[in-house]
Design a binder for this molecule. Sequence first.
Ligand code: SF4
Length: 356
Amino acid sequence: MAVRPTPELAADADARFADIADPVEQALVVLRWAGETFGADFAITSSMADGLLAHLASRAIPGVNVVFLDTGYHFAETIGTRDWITGVLPITLVNATPPQTVAEQDLSFGPRLFERDPDLCCELRKVKPLAQALAGFAAWGSGVRRDESPTRAGTRLVDWDATRGMVKVNPMAAWTQDDVDAYVAEHQVPVNPLFELGYGSIGCEPCTRPVAPGRTRAPAAGPVGARPSAASTPDGGPRPTPRVTGPWDGAAPARHHGWHVPSSTPLPDQIAAALPELPEWSGDAGGIRRSVQLPTFRDAVAAIVAIADVAEEMDHHPDVDLRWRTLHLSVVTHSAGGVTELDLQLARRIDSLLPH
Ligand code: SF4
């Protein structure tokens, strides 16, 4: 290992790079520092939603390791994008796979585990394989941006990942959507063609659906295959919620199509910082809960119906338990292993329907 990763090393680097005004230059400087400091012990992650971070990283560190979590459930388009990016950029693909193939998992746990126990499915096919893949590195990077959500507003360029005991770099932390669009257009960055088909972000095929309603920004006109104007994700049931986020932290930035689908689970302290905005809710980064008593049983049922409308609209669903006239609600993105920005949005919408 070239250099031992420490919190002090991360804090020092973060302070040194914070004042670089040009976002592209800043990202390249951060990535160059990571490459020079950690050498082959540095990797970025990518969900293969696009090749933006891989493009930047390969400019700064030719041959850079790019970890892709190959769950066995990806769309053919995603695998094609992976191969496309690997073919055109000077990167070293690290294709992280679960210990069991989908067929082997079906034999062990029964078919369509993602329907019956998505938490276990994600644990087996995402959480553990990613942890295993990153365990061999001293530092890693993702495409998380501060403008993606309030919980990411404090994202540092260089941070300490205490959970993994690694340095974590976020070279695009200060980027805006316009920066993303400009870079993609200028460099003709490969983009997953699923975005052209209405998908807001890209995850496992059984758990990802197109996002139609409520686009906040139309895709830019441009050649097919070039990146649409919106930014990005990582990712990614019946629980037929769109399991489009993965447990990793931002292989690519989150797209602004429809409901914001976060690219990762915010860090526990980021969730803790967001919870005061939801005083009716308790819990932590592992899940949030709210109980509310309605005047009558009929009112409680009506509240559930109203919540159901919002849940269907958002394509994201809370767990609901009704005891006479008291509703117990629980919100978490099981596939991400914790609370995401989408959960916070759902909680806010539920609050707008219920008495305080
Ligand atoms: S997102 Fe769906 S298919 Fe993919 S690992 Fe999780 S539950 Fe399984």
